[in-house]
Structures are given as C-alpha cells and as structure tokens.
Design a protein around this ligand. Structure first.
Ligand code: ADP
Ligand code: ASP
Ligand code: MG
Length: 420
C-alpha cells in the first residue's frame, strides 16, 4: 500500500478538491490510503471557536456559523446547486458533524483547556474528509472513509499526544490487505477512553508516517504547493532550488530547524523501516519532486536556508555571580519541558545561559515568573532564528546582511543566527 497526504492548502476550495481527484486519477489510486487535513485555515478558525467558548464570548455562535458557511460553499461549488441529491446527502453528513460539535459545547463539563481544544479542533479533519469522501464516491472514485481515531491510539497529552505504537499497530493491522482507496483524517488520534487527541499543529504529515510504518507501506507521498523540498522557503528567500534527493538525516535536520514543508516527527518512523518519502507538487503531480531515503551520499551540494520566526531569545544569568552549571542547566531544562517550550538553540558562558525557544502553548509568561525567582531573566520576543545547513561565507554574509545579530553559533555543517 502507498500513503498519500494532502494538506489544508490542497483542499482549500472546491477547485482544490477536484484537483486532488485529478491527482489521484493521474498517478493511480489502487491500494492507496489518503490522509487529509482540515480545509484551508479551518484549524485556525476552530481555535477561535475554542477561545470564544472559554471566554463565553457572544461571538461563539457566529464563529461556528462562519466555518459552516465556508464548508457549505465548497459543497455548493462542488455540486452546482442545492437541489442536486448528491449535495443533500453530503450536506446532511456535514450538518450532523456540526450538530455533534454544538452538542459537545452544550454538554461539556471539563475545564481542561487542552482536552476541550482537541474535542473541538478535530471537527476540521472530520468534516474535510467527509466532504472529499462523499464527493469522490459520487464521482465514481469509490473509497472507504475511515475514522482514524479507531486506529491511532495515543496517551492523554491533549494537543501534543504521544502515539501508543503497540495499540496502533494492532488496530492498523486489522485493515488487512484489501486493495481499496481509503480516506482518513490527519492530525487526530484517540486516548484509551476514545476521547479525541491531536498530534500537534501541522501533524498530518506525521499521521501518514505512522500509518505507513504500521502497514509497512511501499512509500509515502506528501502533496504540497511547492515542487518538493527546496533549499529555502520560497516565501522568504528568492531563487530557491529543488533538492532532488536527500537522506532521512538531512530531512530530519531541515525539518527540526524549521523547514515547515515536512513536519519534523514524520521522518523517524519512516527511517526506521526505510520507507521512502516523496514530497511532490499537487499542481504538477507528474514531476518527480524530492525523494527522501537512506544514504549519506544524498546530501545536498548547496547551502540550505531555514528561518523560524516568532522565537524568544531568553538569557538567564545568576543573581549572585555563581556559575551556571550542570545542576542549574538541568533544572532549567526540566522547566522548559514542563512548560512545553521547545528549545532550538543553546549558548552558555560562565554566568549566563541563552536559549532561543518557541512558545507554542503560550506558557512563556508563567515560566518567566518561575525562572525569575532564581535567575536574572532578560529576553527578546519576536526574534528570528536563521539556520544555514552546509553554509559557506557567501551564504552566511547573505543572511546576516542588514540584520541585527543577537546570537551567532557555528558548528561543522550548520550556522545559526538569531536576529531582531
Ligand atoms: P500543508 O498544506 O501540507 O500543510 P505546508 O503549508 O505546511 O503544507 O507546507 C508547504 C509550505 O512549506 C510551502 O508553501 C513553503 O512555503 C513552506 N516551506 C518551508 N520551508 C520549505 C522548504 N525548504 N522547501 C519547500 N517549502 C518550504
Ligand atoms: N489541520 C491541522 C493544522 O492545521 C493539521 C495539519 O494541517 O497538518 O495544524
Ligand atoms: Mg499544514
């Protein structure tokens, strides 16, 4: 079996859904499992619903209505008009999901933000796959819709769940060897009580890898709005060039430093079973894209540029001029872990310690209060972390030009700078 993953950008409107169908028809869809994300920016829109729910805002109803309207418009564009019986059956299915969402909001008693977040945000993927599956079936592209929550089991770390590999493997093995086109949701899992969990924002690439691993799939293709993995994010760098082949190791490094074209957790399960990953364009599906596979000889011959925006540079120094040593550092890291703050660069001197971090869960203020009890805390918010893999002088100068550099760090293959 092969795994395909289509992200939010590929199904952001009716033309996108039709294009996904055409990609499948072009490249073949026998024995394929397709993982699909929420349509367009639906996950962000659901985050607003969650905020409104917790703040008991008057906008709650209208924020749900906006999401419903967006999806119904896609249905109308797909089917032409409301009288089309195919429209009615897809509409009823979507309407049921919205009724479930409203029922949850009405009856929920849990004050646990992360738990509630996952129960709500998951509707994005459930709705998008329902629309795509209905449309494909009605268009003769017969498929089976799977609820991925019956397959991927996780712990109860809501919003950043860890996969229970044993249970997941057992469930996915039940899929058997039927040569069918399956359609399922990215990003979602379920805990042992069958409550929905999520794997972290942008986690649908990872879903494809989890399923591929458990099936021992032939390969995985993630279909993107770019021709493949480029040596830089084209949104921020001009003249980015396609990397035809890279090793798992290179891909993990690029993704870890912030090349958001591949979710960083995707590579590990694939590498373990040496399942190749293709990153291809959903606009030009016949082009080869990038192949990620085993091999040290696949390293790019060109510098690769990665930028992570919206980082925080934190500098801690001891209040009494004592050294910042192993004991303090391990305590500091335990706190980062506890507050779910991801560290992307570390630098220390005798009495000070700097880290560049990402505050995905808005915990920095809480952490700062705790750290301030023991250290002098200085910080710069909204900084950018630039990483150049396989850097040379020209590449380094290009990135540093016209920027105020706060931290610079050089290792054998990698140059990192934090800029204002
Ligand atoms: P999805 O639709 O699957 O969620 P994403 O939007 O997360 O896809 O990923 C595709 C985007 O990743 C591209 O539009 C591009 O701006 C960005 N990107 C960042 N780094 C790279 C890179 N090195 N190569 C290609 N694209 C990159
Ligand atoms: N829909 C989720 C998100 O936007 C998962 C994904 O797209 O990968 O984060
Ligand atoms: Mg995405």
């Amino acid at each position: 079996m092969k795994l395909f993953k289509f992200g939010g950008a590929s199904v952001k409107d009716a033309a996108g859904v039709k294009n996904v169908k055409s990609v499948l028809e072009t490249v073949g869809y026998e024995d394929v499992l397709v993982v699909i994300s929420a349509m367009g920016k639906t996950t962000n829109a659901l985050e607003i619903v969650i905020k409104n729910y917790f703040e008991k805002s008057k906008e709650l109803k209208s924020s749900i209505q906006d999401i419903k309207k967006y999806h119904i418009e896609i249905l109308l564009d797909l089917y032409g008009d409301e009288k089309n019986p195919n429209f009615t059956s897809a509409y009823d299915a979507i309407n049921n999901h919205f009724e479930d969402l409203e029922y949850f909001l009405k009856t929920n008693k849990s004050p646990n933000y992360n738990f509630v977040y996952d129960q709500i945000v998951s509707f994005g993927e459930v709705i998008s796959t329902t629309i795509v599956s209905h449309y494909f079936n009605q268009e003769g592209l017969n498929n089976s819709w799977l609820d991925v929550r019956n397959y991927i089991k996780t712990d109860q770390t809501y919003r950043d769940a860890n996969v229970d590999w044993e249970a997941t493997q057992k469930n996915i093995s039940k899929l058997g060897k039927k040569k069918t086109l399956y359609i399922t949701q990215g990003f979602l899992g379920a805990d042992e009580n069958n409550f929905t969990t999520t794997l972290g924002r942008e986690g649908s690439d990872y879903t494809a890898a989890i399923i591929a691993y458990c099936l021992g799939a032939e390969n995985v293709t993630i279909w993107k709005d770019v021709p493949g993995v480029l040596n830089a994010d084209p949104r921020y760098f001009e003249n980015a060039i396609l990397l035809n082949q890279i090793s798992y190791r290179e891909a993990i490094e690029l993704a870890f430093y912030g090349a958001s074209v591949i979710h960083p957790k995707t590579l590990q399960p694939l590498q373990k079973k040496e399942i190749p990953l293709f990153v291809k364009s959903f606009i030009n599906p016949t082009l080869p894209g990038t192949k990620v596979s085993k091999g040290a000889d696949l390293e790019p011959k060109t510098s690769c540029f990665i930028v992570k925006k919206n980082q925080i540079l934190i500098s801690l120094s001891s209040i009494d001029f004592s050294f910042i040593m192993e004991e303090n550092i391990s305590e500091i890291f335990a706190l980062f872990h506890q507050y779910k703050i991801k560290v992307s660069l570390i630098q220390n001197t005798a009495i000070s310690f700097s880290v560049c971090v990402e505050d995905k869960f808005n915990k920095f203020n809480e952490l700062k209060a705790v750290l301030s009890k023991k250290f002098k805390v200085a910080y710069n918010e909204n900084v950018s972390l630039y990483t150049i893999r396989h850097f040379d002088q020209v590449a380094a100068e290009m990135v540093e030009k016209n920027k105020k550099v706060l931290v610079k760090q050089i290792s054998r293959e990698t140059l990192q700078i934090v800029t204002e």
